[in-house]
Write a new protein. Structure first.
Length: 306
């Protein structure tokens, strides 16, 4: 299948690498003139000359919805993958239902989370603790963090949106959120205009006690998930690629593109079982909005999902 990638930053480059590796004929649309074959600066021309069967939207977050609607206006009916998060704000999106439109929460295809999902299927989840932290200036050392999208609110930056993978897979594993409260904001001296830390408490349909901490402050990168059920205790360390069930520890081996590859293969193969749909991604934006409301507009208040 021919594919078109819109946007060619670090994540667009990765999508190009992965799609090429699975045999797709890949073209690219970018504002920059690229020194690669089959690259374009005009969407109409790219669509006309390439006739893609699959499109990946990987430009800036604040351009996602505008680009998606333009693709639809041009009559494209094939599958579309929009990079996460779906948009900067929920208000920019529409509550319409779209077939074959997905959002790139590829951690649903992480083998550690896949194992956990299978393990807890017949168990009652009692408590969940998640943690994700990375020191922003060291995250993408090839660019000045102060000019990156992560540091700029209008471009969709901030720790809630950068780490929205956690918000998505919490819902995927433990059910949709029922209520939430949070403490967060910009607490450091980082030169950014977005929040750098959030502590979140969630009540979901399958677990009444979910704690989640996200930050741009962690100089020792950490990403973990601890789950207690009525039968077992589980611990995932995403950095070390380890899965612990009670006292039994297992190490996994997979490359950085593994989950991206499975995600693309699922879309191209029309296997939507574990994919994040447009509608589910809107629910994540709704949760982000509720977290911000609880921490800024109505501090310490529980916000219900209505």
């Amino acid at each position: 299948m021919k594919s078109l990638i819109i946007g060619f930053g670090s994540i667009g480059t990765r999508h190009h690498e992965v799609l090429s590796s699975i045999g797709s004929e890949v073209s690219v649309l970018s504002k920059r003139k690229l020194e690669i074959d089959r690259s374009y600066v005009d969407l109409n021309l790219a669509m006309k000359l390439e006739s893609p069967g699959y499109i990946v939207i990987a430009n800036n977050t604040d351009q996602h919805i505008k680009t998606f609607l333009e693709i639809r206006r041009l009559g494209f009916k094939g599958p579309i993958l929009i990079e996460k998060p779906l948009s900067v704000d929920l208000v920019e999106t529409t509550d319409e239902s779209f077939d074959e439109v997905y959002v790139a929460y590829n951690m649903r295809f992480n083998p550690l989370l896949d194992r956990l999902k299978k393990e807890i299927q017949e168990e009652e989840v009692l408590s969940v603790v998640g943690y994700a932290g990375q020191y922003l200036p060291l995250w993408h050392e090839e660019v000045d963090y102060r000019t990156s999208y992560s540091s700029i609110k209008s471009k969709g930056g901030g720790v809630l949106r950068d780490f929205s993978h956690e918000l998505d897979f919490i819902s995927w594993l433990f059910g949709n959120w029922k209520s939430v409260t949070a403490i967060g904001g910009k607490f450091s001296s980082l030169e950014i205009d977005v929040e750098d830390s959030f502590s979140i408490i969630l009540d979901t349909s399958l677990c009444h006690s979910v704690l989640l901490h996200l930050n741009y402050l962690e100089r020792i990168p950490r990403r973990s998930l601890i789950v207690n059920t009525d039968k077992h205790s589980y611990e995932i360390n995403f950095i070390e690629k380890s899965f612990k069930k009670d006292a039994d520890l297992e190490l996994y081996k997979y490359d950085r593109n593994y989950s991206y590859r499975l995600q693309h293969e699922a879309i191209i193969g029309n296997n939507s079982k574990d994919l994040c749909t447009y509608e589910l991604a809107r629910e994540t934006l709704k949760l982000i909005s509720a977290i911000e409301r609880s921490s800024v507009i109505e501090p310490r208040k529980w916000i219900n999902n209505e």
